[in-house]
Design a protein around this ligand. Sequence first.
Ligand code: UN1
Length: 484
Amino acid sequence: MTDVLEAPAHANFVGGKWHPSRSGRTYEKRGPWRPSEVIGEFPASDAADVDAAVEAAAAAFPAWSRLSGAARGEVLRRAADALDRRVEQVAQDMTLEMGKPIREARMEAARMAQILRFFAGEGLRDTGERYEQAATGSVVYTMRRPLGVVGLITPWNFPAAIPAWKAAPALVYGNTVVMKLAQEAPLTGLHLAACFEEGGVPPGVFNVVVGRGSAVGTPLVEHPLVKAISFTGSVAVGVQVRGEATALGKRVQLELGGHNPLIVMADADLDRAAEAAYAGAFWSAGQKCTATRRILVEEPVYDGFRSLLVARMERGVVGDPADPQTEVGPIVNEAQLEEVLAGIEKGRADGGTLLAGGERIDDEAYLLAPALFEGLSDDAFLSCQEVFGPVTSLYRFTSLDEALRRANAVEYGLSASIFTSSLASARQFAQEIEAGIIRINGQTAGADVHVPFGGVKSSGFGPHEQGRAAREFYTEVVTVYEDV
Ligand code: UN1
């Protein structure tokens, strides 16, 4: 593999061309490790850019949707080949722009091509079901058709994987796309656009617009030619997007926050559980909607588990995200850092004991020592509200029934884990935990490309993403009665 040591254009990709914003406005993007340095200037787009992108996508739809799924899949496969060539550059740009440690950024960058290849294969699958008409025995069949122009609103915390896992199914099922990239992480998504361009995507089929939520997201949601919106981000914004989109009769899919529990039973492998708690709570500095926010430990092993986790935190490597040894890097920006520090203050004010971390440890970088609380009540702020950073809390319990009841007592339901050697406990957990992604003896974060991903309760809305589930959102089923 040859590394492409070249940044993508700092521009919108609209109608097959790279454009500055129509207004000519830009913003300065800085990274969280050395925020005094400007990484680059990117378009500060607005409704005019959205209009141009949606019009390009609408014009490209008829020809793209008439191609075979196989032909569309070929474009994805060629884009995946292009991504393979620049995977290291994507990882480095991700680390630079949003601070994900390079070891994780490399894994995520590699996932993009994998996602595109999985969905390239989907282009060859069944497109409906065949029946007989009841009265005559003639054929009646269902057919999945694309929706038209879809609007994809992507977050900064998985700036490679999420744009890929929204765009790939949207495109292979025959839709055309306008994607909004997060202000905090434009580079990674622009690489994806560059790779689609290299892969030969026809002009207008895939468009990317960079800018603020209010300036780009709102006009995208409201545009009359946009048929569906897929959004990943916070509950507050997601609920607003759903309100606006559904009022306009659009299809909407939301992937929102989580408050994910990890339950450690007395019969668990405690070393593995402590490792999973560390990774789940602190990798990516806890900036995952699947991060472990609560760790519930069965009474007999509570003290032992706490010692193991505190020791693991002492050994943890926190620092420069560009160093391959680093496990925990900085928080994405100053506002998020302030929010996380405020959450930690609330934890203290609610009577929690900070067992480790919780303070800023670099004058310039937005770097926080991972924080572990205990002694918080179940209704304390940190026990129920999502704080998007490296903060987690320990709780004691005495029976699995109690742990499940308490684990379920939040508005969220994204991911959840149990560590146990009992099949009965694992089965009960899988039956009763209120979460969309359930893990037995594994950490709460992570997502395979070929299986559904999504939450229940306030964590999600609409069909799940990824795997074959993705076609439920990106296609509509029609029924054709065929008489000769
Ligand atoms: C993962 O855990 O690998 O924004 C994926 C998020 C989720 C994706 C998590 N939508 O954190």
